[in-house]
Design a protein around this ligand. Sequence first.
Ligand code: ARG
Length: 460
Amino acid sequence: MTHAHFINKDKQALERALKTITIIIEVNIVNWISRFSKQSVAIALSTFITSTAWAETIVITADRLVDVTNGNVIKNAAVVVDDNIITAAGAVASISLPTDAARIDLGDSTLMPGLMDMHVHLTSDATRHGYKRLEVSLPRAAITGVKHAKATLEAGFTTVRNVGAPGFADVALRDAINAGDVEGPRMFVAGPSLGVTGGHCDSNLLPYEYDNYSEGVADGPWEVRKTVRRNIKYGATVIKFCATGGVLSKGTKVGAQQYTFEEMKALIDEAHLRGLTVATHAHGTSGIKDAIKAGVDSVEHVSLLDDEAIALAKENGTYFSMDIYVTEYILGEGEKAGILEESLNKERIVGKTQRENFKKAVNAGVNMVFGSDAGVYPHGDNPKQFARMVKFGMTPMQAIQAATINPARLLKQEATLGSLDKGKFADIVAVPGNPMEDMSLMENVGFVMKDGSIVKQYAM
Ligand code: ARG
């Protein structure tokens, strides 16, 4: 190790400490102050500031920790973080805690891995749908994405999979986050979604003479292969395509298959050849089944399921990402936001069936991941889905696993993400109280650490 390395390390530690202090001062205590006395907030802040100032190792303690790997809740727990890596986690009694480390005691709260949402559109604005979206330029969408990335991270989501963004705006956002220019979650990005001409992933709002189409449109096995290659060239790390019609697209039948099996097979094979996983939008039964048979890694929405589709998913280890909260936003706020009347009509049918089928898939033991479709509804509201996942059939533990260890496996990132285990990245969140007893507490994430840096810390 060189001298320069040490200086650099010290500088980084100082910068980190200063950043932490600044964040604490900036923190919006108002939201939380009703839960705690001013005095305890002040004590928590002052101890935290003095103890964090120079240390590189941080010990975080709390009354509970969710061990998603084993499906247990551990009482009186600690996580030890060295730089950006977890070096120990579990019951306080089972860990020899370093004595010279900074301490953060979160008291009556529950520690868990950073949350992961497998279906977001960070560059989409939930208040603009239908024709209102035509007013948004690509650069404008990218800038909006900066705000959405921060809101998502502060809601506790340290990793997202962005499944579709025009103009590779998601690639730009990911790169800006990775460069430290803006704050946001780790992003796995698809770039423009692939779809057939006139399908759910095309843009069908304008008449013929405008010659308007989405840049992910690709028809035929070789064209889809070429488009996969192009997306990879411009920075995609996952591939997304539309297998069936959808709710929010003009003129598509939600249950009707759009890509043929032959096209899906070519698309998925090409992506797998290049080491990328593939997500498909599919509401309709035949499209779901053909996509699974063609080897897709995850099916999104999965509304109109049958028993055979469930059996196929189990047989192939396919993940289902079912956005069962968004229907409430679409039917409640959608009209105001510009959602077309035909889409509202489609949603009235799809939303209810999807929730029933969610229960069937969970009971059958299909691999489930948390996917919200935030972007259709406001970013930062992602956690609202947790309470619905429990209401419609999951145990609280299953719902948390669906947003942590399962997505890490889907993304083939379980070596570094998805659980509070030694050697993984220090992506850690805490919610006040015990979410196992009340899943709506997931909507109040109070502590967020991403990659060893504290993003948010309310006094708990
Ligand atoms: N992006 C999806 C589509 O347009 C949203 C579906 C929302 N509805 C639902 N029940 N999940 O098809």
